[in-house]
Design a protein around this ligand. Structure first.
Ligand code: SF4
Length: 113
């Protein structure tokens, strides 16, 4: 009876140890894959979105203001007035910001009104 009780405790210990090893292995694997495939976001996009009208009207040909801002920071669109709604003051702020702030690659953009 005593031998049976000890072996049951031993089995529980082995099961818990295996679960801990499995959890650590999977945790390390997830952290490694997550780090390898992470998408580096351009921090300028978040700042420029705040300067946009926020109407998300689609008049620029993008589904929303964030789409046009992504096109700015990726260099696909260089004219800020592609936004049909933005006023002159905010458009100038966007131009000044993007032409003077370096992105993750260490370079500034060349955008115009
Ligand atoms: S036209 Fe301007 S306000 Fe409309 S979705 Fe494009 S960026 Fe936003």
């Amino acid at each position: 009876m005593l031998v049976l009780a000890i072996s049951s405790v031993g089995l529980i210990f082995v099961a818990v140890a295996l679960m801990v090893i499995l959890a650590l292995t999977l945790g390390i694997a997830i952290a490694t894959v997550s780090d390898k495939f992470k998408v580096q976001e351009d921090p300028r996009a978040g700042e420029v979105v705040k300067m946009m009208p926020g109407a998300n009207c689609g008049g620029c040909g993008y589904p929303g203001c964030a789409g046009l801002v992504d096109a700015f920071v990726n260099g696909k669109v260089t004219k800020v007035k592609t936004c049909k709604v933005i006023n002159q003051e905010n458009a100038q702020k966007v131009v000044d910001y993007l032409n003077s702030t370096k992105g993750p690659d260490g370079k500034t953009l060349k955008v115009t009104l």
